[in-house]
Ligand binder design. Structure first.
Ligand code: ACO
Length: 342
C-alpha cells in the first residue's frame, strides 16, 4: 500500500494517509462544432473579436437529445477502459456539473445506471468551473482515509442549454463536453501531492444563473427575463480569476514544497487565453508548459480541466513521473489547485 504524508494547513500537523493517484482518464466532446464564423451569423460579433479577446476559435455543442449524463457516460467509459477498472468495482461516482440532467436525481445516478456500477454511492457536486478539482479532492479524501478504494470523478457540462444565444458577451465563450478520471491508491506512486480549495460567496452576483431555483422558481416571467441563462460580469470575473488561480497555485506549490520550476505541465481552467497568459507571466512558467485546448473547445466549466488532462495524457504531453499542476476558478466564486506526480 502506498502512503503519503499530508500536511494539514488547518491543524499544521502531519498525518499518514493512503496516497491517491489518477489511474485512468477519458473525455468526450459532442460531434457538432460551432465556429466563430457560425456565431457571426447569429449575433453581432466576428472571428477577429472572439480570437483576440478570448483565443477561442470553435466549440462543441451537444445535440438536442444529448443530456449532460450522456456526455459524462462516454467520458467515464473511456476512463474506466484506460484504468482497467470494471464498473462494478467503483465505490463512488462524483459528477461535478452546473448543468445536471435534472435538479434530481443526481446526474451521477444516471451515470451509475448506464454503467451498471451497482456498488457505487453517487452524488453530484457543484463548484462551477472549479468543480472537477473539488471532486478530485473529495474523492481523494475518501480513498486516503481508507473509507473506499475506487472513485470515478467526472466534470460534465451542457452549457449550451444555459447560454443566452442572443447575448454576444457570453454566447461566444462556452462549449459542451465531459472529462473523467478514476482514482485509486496505486502502490509505488505518490499521486496527488497537494490540493487546495477556496470560495468567496460575497462575489456570487458576478457569475450566476438566477432563474429556476428556489429564489426565482421557473415562471413565464423568469423565462421572459432570460433568468434561466448564465449571467457574467466579464471584466470583474477576469480580474478575480487571475488573482485567485495565482493564489491557489502558489498555495498548492507551498503545501508540497515544490517550486514552479519543478512543475512539468500546467493545466489551467480554460476560460480565456489572456487569463492563462496573465497567470503564466506572474507564476514565472513559460507558456510551453501549459496544455491548452481552449481554441477548439471554449470554456466547458467543470469539464474543461478533465478534458484537457485526458487529451494531454493521450497526446504524450504528460509523461510518467511528471509533476502536473491543475488550477481552476469559477462561479461562486470558487477556486482550487492540485499538484500531482503522474
Ligand atoms: N463581439 C463583439 N463585441 C463584443 C462581444 C462580442 N462577442 N462581446 C462584447 N463585445 C463588446 C462590448 O459590447 C464592448 O463594447 P463597448 O466598448 O462598445 O461597450 C466591448 O466589446 C468590450 O467588452 P468587454 O466586456 O469590456 O470585453 P473584455 O475585453 O472584458 O472581454 C470577456 C470580455 C471575454 C468576457 C472577458 O472579460 C473574460 O474572459 N472574462 C472572464 C470570463 C471567465 O473567466 N469566466 C470563468 C468562469 S466561467 C464559469 O464559471 C461558468
Amino acid at each position: 500500500m502506498s502512503r503519503i504524508a499530508i500536511r494539514s494547513a488547518a491543524q499544521n500537523k502531519t498525518t499518514c494517509l493512503r496516497s491517491v493517484s489518477i489511474v485512468g482518464t477519458g473525455s468526450y466532446l459532442p460531434e457538432r462544432v460551432l465556429t466563430n464564423a457560425d456565431l457571426a451569423k447569429m449575433v453581432d460579433t466576428s472571428d477577429e473579436w472572439i480570437m483576440t479577446r478570448t483565443g477561442i476559435k470553435e466549440r462543441h455543442i451537444a445535440a438536442k437529445d444529448e443530456a449532460t449524463s450522456d456526455l459524462a457516460i462516454e467520458a467515464a467509459r473511456r476512463a474506466l477502459a484506460q484504468a482497467g477498472v470494471a464498473p462494478q468495482d467503483l465505490d463512488m461516482i462524483l459528477v461535478a456539473t452546473i448543468t445536471p440532467d435534472m435538479f434530481f436525481p443526481s446526474t451521477a445516478c444516471f451515470v451509475q445506471k448506464s454503467l451498471g456500477a451497482v456498488n457505487a454511492a453517487c452524488f453530484d457536486l457543484q463548484a462551477a468551473c472549479s468543480g472537477f478539482l473539488y471532486a478530485l479532492e473529495t474523492g481523494r479524501q475518501f480513498i486516503a482515509s481508507g473509507s473506499v478504494d475506487t472513485v470515478l470523478i467526472i466534470g460534465a457540462e451542457k452549457l449550451s442549454c444555459i447560454t443566452d444565444w442572443e447575448d454576444r458577451s457570453t454566447c461566444v465563450l462556452f462549449g459542451d463536453g465531459a472529462g473523467a478520471a478514476v482514482l485509486q491508491n496505486r502502490p509505488g506512486t505518490r499521486g496527488i501531492l497537494s490540493s487546495v480549495m477556496g470560495s468567496d460567496g460575497n462575489l456570487s452576483h458576478l457569475l450566476s444563473m438566477p432563474g429556476g431555483g428556489s429564489r426565482n422558481p421557473a415562471s413565464e416571467q423568469t423565462v421572459k427575463e432570460h433568468l434561466h441563462f448564465l449571467k457574467m460580469a466579464g471584466k470583474e470575473v477576469f480580474k478575480y480569476a487571475v488573482n485567485s488561480m495565482l493564489g491557489a497555485a502558489k498555495q498548492a506549490l507551498e503545501q508540497c514544497a515544490l517550486t514552479i520550476d519543478q512543475v512539468d505541465c500546467i493545466i489551467p481552467h480554460q476560460a480565456n487565453v489572456r487569463i492563462v497568459q496573465a497567470i503564466g507571466e506572474r507564476l514565472g512558467a513559460p507558456l510551453s508548459k501549459y496544455y491548452l485546448n481552449l481554441p477548439r473547445t471554449g470554456n466547458m466549466s467543470a469539464a474543461s480541466i478533465p478534458v484537457a488532462l485526458d487529451e494531454a495524457v493521450r497526446a504524450g504531453f504528460i509523461h510518467q513521473r511528471d509533476v502536473v499542476l491543475l488550477v481552476a476558478f469559477g462561479g461562486g466564486f470558487t477556486w482550487a489547485a492540485a499538484i500531482l506526480e503522474w
